[in-house]
Ligand binder design. Structure first.
Ligand SMILES: Cc1cc2nc3c(=O)[nH]c(=O)nc-3n(C[C@H](O)[C@H](O)[C@H](O)COP(=O)(O)OP(=O)(O)OC[C@H]3O[C@@H](n4cnc5c(N)ncnc54)[C@H](O)[C@@H]3O)c2cc1C
Length: 442
């Protein structure tokens, strides 16, 4: 096995970098709890906090790679620039030599696994007049720290899963004024609920047995009562943080979005920053002018800086001539000797899903597990293509499908009821285990 990494060290986006190759900011902490992030057979150090800082993620991933001898298999500063198939894979690599010259390398391979991340191309939507704006316009992936924004008027567009909300809160402590524009409301998830990291509640296997249609109203009641009411004195709706409607179709999205797409982890307390006026909540932007933006409700804001927290574009694969259409989000049906690891967003830890996917890929490539026939893979990948291409949150059912392949699928509803009758204690204990722990046990 050989690996190529275009950066100068392993760790992916968790390596803090200034400049255009960086993706993260100095204050970034995971929004998924540490126990859900740790990989099998390699616990996180005991002194790690419940939510890791970005540098701890980097250290952990690099120690993992060193411990299991993965680092030796990688060539650093080597960018894979082309891969074509002719009986076998022909891979072309640009390697950066010590004298900074680029050397062309090539190799043949039977199998190819692409772990290229999902943050290659920042997504900035087009709006009327955006070219007129005279201030600073940047994507959230270029944001590093609040220093640049002291005494500035800043508009942040989009909340994302955390970045827009994190950046708005952080900047709001020194900025002249911050505006936060979102097209819809959001599920604002605090990092802790009753003293326990919130993702540890969310990972309960019980959620598997509830249809998504039930989960949303339950969350709505909980979030409105517990979070909006207690943290912002019942002012959630008046702060223009309405609860999202999962049937709303936004910006060309043709399918209802998964509730997970609405969840924003709240790093501190966004609602209080809004309640005291440090952040002004705004609806969607309608257009831009030289000095600011106008919103769909007719209001406007005069700003120096606009930060787009609008996520990233999916990487199309010209080699295959279509948008990602992958069997189980991983394998290219017509060419199963190539696989993508992590081209979706799971609910919860990305690393746990990456581990499951990587294990499956390794078993298929080494001949230990077979894939279904071409027709089945084509049919199933076509079915999930719209959701894969537009709404990249992986469904529970899709996670279960992978787990099933690895021989660890959870019991069905009736089997669970039966188990509860005959072995209540062990079944409840089983339900209390996180999804991740069950799935990766192979
Ligand atoms: C701001 C931010 C916060 C996040 N927070 C969390 C969190 O709290 N919890 C969570 O679970 N997930 C989080 N994520 C998701 C994160 O993407 C995953 O956790 C995960 O680390 C992604 O790993 P990856 O290997 O898929 O991608 P990356 O970390 O992006 O790694 C891809 C690597 O591929 C290399 N590469 C790309 N193309 C080539 C090429 N052609 N040749 C050679 N090398 C190449 C890149 O240099 C890079 O090192 C966050 C993401 C962002 C952007």
């Amino acid at each position: 096995m050989r690996g190529f990494e275009k950066a100068d060290q392993l760790g992916g986006l968790w390596v803090f970098r200034e400049g255009e190759n960086g993706k993260i900011y100095t204050s970034l902490r995971t929004n998924t709890a540490t126990p859900t992030m740790q990989l099998p057979d390699f616990p996180t150090p005991p002194d790690y906090p419940p939510y890791m800082a970005h540098w701890q993620c980097k250290e952990y991933l690099q120690s993992f790679a060193n411990h299991f001898g993965i680092s030796q298999l990688f060539t650093l500063q080597a960018e894979v620039v082309e891969w074509t198939r002719d009986q076998i894979w022909k891979i072309s690599v640009h390697c950066l030599d010590s004298d900074k010259s680029i050397r062309m390398d090539s190799l043949d391979a039977d199998f190819l696994c692409l772990c290229i991340g999902q943050t290659g191309k920042p997504f900035i939507p087009q709006y009327d007049g955006s070219q007129l704006f005279e201030g600073l316009m940047m994507h959230s992936s270029a944001y590093r720290s609040p220093a640049l924004f002291q005494r500035k008027s800043v508009l942040i567009i989009g909340m994302g899963h955390a970045s827009g909300s994190d950046i708005a809160q952080e900047i709001s402590f020194g900025a002249h004024q911050v505006w936060l524009s979102t097209r819809r409301g959001g599920l604002l998830l605090p990092r802790f609920i009753n003293g326990r990291p919130s993702h540890l509640w969310g990972d309960k296997r019980l959620f598997l047995y509830l249809p998504m249609g039930c989960i949303l109203p339950i969350l709505q009641i909980f979030f409105t009562k517990h979070i909006n009411d207690s943290f912002a004195q019942g002012s959630g709706p008046s702060l223009k943080m309405p609860f999202p409607d999962n049937k709303s179709k936004t910006n060309g999205n043709k399918i209802p979005e998964h509730p997970a797409a609405f969840v924003t982890t709240d790093c501190c307390n966004l609602l209080q920053r809004i309640a005291i006026g440090a952040i002004i909540k705004k609806p969607a932007v309608a257009s831009f002018s030289q000095h600011g933006a106008e919103f769909v409700d007719g209001s406007s804001a005069k700003v120096d800086t606009i930060i787009w927290a609008t996520g990233f574009e999916r990487v199309n694969q010209p080699q295959f001539g279509y948008k990602l259409r992958l069997y189980c989000n991983i394998f290219v049906p017509s060419t199963p000797s190539v696989a993508y690891c992590m081209q979706v967003h799971p609910i919860g830890s990305h690393w746990a899903l990456a581990q499951m996917q990587a294990t499956w890929i390794a078993k298929v490539f080494s001949g230990k597990l077979a894939l279904p026939d071409l027709d089945t893979m084509m049919r199933e990948s076509r079915e999930i293509e719209p959701h894969q291409s537009e709404n990249i949150c992986i469904e529970y059912e899709e996670m279960i499908q992978i787990a099933h392949q690895l021989g660890t699928s959870p019991p069905g509803f009736f089997m669970l009821l039966f188990r509860l009758c005959v072995r209540p204690v062990s079944t409840i204990a089983y339900l209390m285990m996180s999804l991740r722990q069950q799935y990766i046990k192979i």
